[in-house]
Design a protein around this ligand. Structure first.
Ligand code: CTP
Length: 397
């Protein structure tokens, strides 16, 4: 991929590997990239601003409260004028400040103020890398959609051996190319439902189900990573909001349907929510009291959200995908369900007792489309999401 004309904001952290940045800037300049650098105070102990400025052929930004820097180029503009922010070396301290959302120098302020993709290349002593605090920060940053490259294993400058080396420049350039590649679903819109619905009985009681929202949230995240503008309509779950996704939180099936209709028109719709098929016919405004006969609940059917959107008279999404939770004759039942509901694909999963699918981390899927059923191996829910999104990309190509 050509890097010609791409703009990279390189944030140099204060680690011994900072010297490799000079080579990185050179190679990026050779490829036609514009490189602007921000150096932390510690970084300037390892590489001189003069070296960074000479190689990047631009000024080096170091101060948050510099009258000249802020008037010439505020921290917001530094991010706005970049296609990608690269942090190399990303020290343990810089990662910790990113994870905590601190803004106590120019580098951390730019990283907090940016909406651009961020790639970090950690480099530190092996004990620092393996420390639970650094590993927790790594997981937090990865969950926010930050690309983490390395560290590599080998001899470390501190004399120890292990994981902690900054990856070599060619590998960094490759990661930068990937991060700047066009995203296949850019310009597409998607709607995803996830989690259970809660149907109230009285002010304190409700009918719910065991859906965790893991699968729907993973699909929303994967669609967003591929560049789609995603609206996630979710019932109550413990899952964090996926990065870069618009999340609408609802409780009942009726609220879920209304939120979905509001999100139309979209190109892609994936219905992964476990919607309650019935709700209590009447919701008591007062708490039902015990004593006397136990109450009898009568139910009213809920709207079928998938079927409603799949058969929408004016705004049917181009690709409508449902799930089928079955406990027997999985493929047959799901094949009939696809036709009944009018969707394009159904991802059928076996939710029988003992399969651990509901609330678990893995799924065994059969993808059913007009051509038949395709059996997928047992996959983690995040892998199911990636595989589904790859198929969506191919179908819309
Ligand atoms: N679904 C929906 N609205 C409902 C019920 C289900 O949008 N009121 C969607 C689910 O999100 C899923 C698909 O329909 O994508 C199938 O859900 P499933 O529970 O397997 O099927 P049901 O329609 O409930 O049929 P049955 O209970 O008879 O298997």
């Amino acid at each position: 991929m050509s890097l010609q004309g791409r703009r990279i904001l390189l944030i140099v952290g204060g680690g011994i590997a900072a010297y490799k940045c000079l080579e990185l800037i050179r190679r990026l300049r050779d490829r036609g990239c514009a490189v602007r650098t921000v150096a932390t105070k510690a970084a300037t102990e390892f590489v001189t601003p003069l070296s960074l400025a000479s190689l990047s052929e631009d000024k080096v930004y170091t101060e948050l409260f510099s009258l000249t820097d802020e008037s010439e180029m505020g921290h917001i503009r530094l991010s706005r004028e970049a296609d990608l922010i690269v942090v190399a070396p990303a020290t343990a301290d810089l990662m910790a400040r990113m994870a905590a959302g601190m803004a106590n120098d120019l580098a951390s302020t730019v990283l907090l103020a940016t909406d651009k993709p961020v790639l970090i290349a950690p480099s530190m002593n092996v004990q620092m890398w393996q420390h639970a605090a650094t590993q927790a920060n790594r997981a937090t940053l990865a969950a926010r959609g930050i690309t983490i490259v390395g560290p590599a294993a080998g001899d470390l400058a501190c004399g120890e051996v292990g994981s902690g080396r900054l990856v070599e420049v060619p590998e960094l350039i490759q990661a930068i190319e990937t991060a700047l590649s066009p995203r296949p679903l850019a310009g597409r819109t998607a709607l995803v439902t996830s989690g259970p619905t809660w149907e109230p009985i009285d002010p304190v009681r409700l009918i719910a189900n065991r859906s965790s929202g893991k699968q729907g949230h993973a699909i929303a995240a994967a669609l967003a990573r591929a560049g789609a503008a995603v609206t996630l309509v979710s019932g109550p779950t413990a899952e964090p909001d996926p990065v870069g996704v618009t999340v609408q939180r609802i409780e009942t099936a009726a609220e879920m349907l209304a939120a979905c209709q509001q999100a139309l028109p979209v190109d892609i719709a994936v219905f992964a929510a476990a919607v309650a098929d019935w709700r209590a016919d009447t919701v008591s405004t007062q708490k039902l009291k015990k004593g006397g006969e136990p109450p009898t609940l009568t139910f009213a059917p809920n709207p079928d959200i998938l079927a409603t959107i799949a058969q929408h008279p004016t705004s049917r999404p181009r690709l409508v995908i449902g799930f089928a939770a079955e406990t027997e004759a999985v493929v047959e039942q799901a094949t009939a369900k696809r036709l009944r509901k009018g969707c394009d694909w159904i991802l059928a999963n076996d939710v029988g007792l003992g399969t651990g699918t509901f609330g678990g981390d893995a799924n065994t899927i059969h993808l059913i489309d007009a051509d038949g059923a395709e059996a997928w191996p047992r996959l983690a829910k995040v892998e199911v999401a990636t595989r589904l999104v790859d198929r969506i990309i191919a179908a819309l190509a």
